[in-house]
Design a protein around this ligand. Structure first.
Ligand code: UT7
Length: 336
């Protein structure tokens, strides 16, 4: 019998309506549209406004979009994994909130925190449940409400992030397609350069932590840049090489959207041209766990069965990884 693989059979996404432009950021911090555009490639990002609007709002909208497009019955979902570092609350898991809101009454669900690599980690995990033969329908969501943990007085950090969420449905196949291979890595010494100081069990919230602005993303941008640029490119090249993929046979590079200069370096390392690189950084910025599924959502109609995709990410932890996915359906069949 042929090996069971996990195929991506549907994609969903959601970005909030509010657009925070570089021009508006110019009125908030000492920056310019020109600096942000040339240093990062970002022109605007989406922000989830309103009271009581957690990341689950975007996760629910993304999954509903996917269910409607694919005609999937939520009662058939076995498992839902939500990759996020900005859950609605420390507990319960935002995945529990999403599963109940969409009517996935037969599913169990949990969150996964691996920052910008969260979606890749969750996709690998979800695929393993399918490959084992245990489950038939697994939903993997990646999304973050980064605006909830950004210091809008820190010009190097606040300009790169935005809010958004995307998701995929994984189902078993015995065809030679779906999640083919991946390399996932982590290195906890990266904590020095990218973390949030307070609000966890090491330094719980207090007046002092609020006064010291410790509930925001702390990032030493240029140090993170150096790690990202080499590590993400290395694993993307390794996963391509060990599967015999060349610049010609890779149809799309699907890179984490942190900085256009990192994306360009990864593309050049894998040897592929810009027309084969999925990119939406100029419209959404860095949505952390949301970047990869939002790329698949934006490019879904252009994808064809048999396309070879290399997904790659790098983020807090440090965490990083790359995955080879052989696409399992034609974008033209998608109902909108
Ligand atoms: O997604 C998770 C992982 N994160 C990443 O991969 C992010 C990686 N890092 C980056 O993308 C970049 O490091 C940033 C976009 C965050 C920063 O860009 P950079 O080119 O590394 O800038 P820098 O921090 O080295 O700062 C260079 C200069 C400094 O001025 P001086 O000291 O040379 O006078 C900064 O003060 O640019 C200044 N600067 C700004 N100027 C205008 C920093 N931020 C801004 C700004 N507007 N927003």
């Amino acid at each position: 019998m042929n090996k069971i693989r996990a195929a991506i059979t549907a994609v969903g996404g959601y970005v909030p309506d509010y657009i925070l432009t570089n021009k508006e950021l110019e009125t908030m911090v000492e920056t310019t549209d020109e600096w942000i555009t040339t240093r990062t490639g970002i022109k605007e990002r989406r922000i989830l406004k309103g009271n009581n609007q957690g990341v689950s709002v975007m996760g629910i909208a993304a999954v509903k979009d996917m269910l409607a497009k694919s005609g999937t019955d939520p009662k058939e979902i076995d498992l839902l994994i939500f990759a996020t570092i900005t859950p609605d609350m420390t507990f319960p898991a935002s995945s529990n909130v999403v599963a109940t809101a969409i009517g996935a009454v037969n599913a169990f669900s949990y969150d996964m925190g691996a920052a910008c690599s969260g979606f890749l980690y969750a996709l690998a995990t979800g695929a393993s449940f399918i490959q084992s033969g245990m489950y038939k329908k697994v939903v993997v969501i990646g999304g973050d409400k980064m605006s909830s943990i950004l210091d809008y007085t820190d010009r190097t950090t606040c300009i790169i992030f935005g809010d958004g969420a995307g998701c995929v449905l994984l189902e078993p196949t015995t065809e030679d397609e779906g999640v083919m291979d991946y390399i996932l890595r982590s290195d906890g010494s990266g904590e020095t350069y990218l973390h949030m100081k307070a609000g966890g069990s090491r330094l719980p919230a207090s007046h002092e932590t609020v006064d010291k602005r410790q509930h925001f993303v702390y990032q030493e941008g240029s140090a993170v840049f150096k790690f990202a640029v080499t590590n993400m490119a290395d694993v993307a090249a390794q996963v391509a090489e060990r599967n015999g993929l060349t610049a010609d046979s890779i149809t799309w590079l699907v890179p984490h959207q942190a900085n256009k200069r990192i994306i360009d370096a990864t593309a050049s390392r894998v040897g592929i041209t810009e027309d084969k690189v999925m990119m939406n950084i100029e419209r959404y910025g860095n949505t952390t766990a949301g970047t990869l599924p939002l790329l698949l959502w934006d490019y879904e109609k252009q994808l064809k069965r048999g396309d070879n995709l290399i997904l790659a990410a790098f983020g807090g932890g440090f965490t990083w990884g790359a995955m080879y996915v052989k696409w399992a359906y034609d974008g033209t069949r998608v109902r909108h």
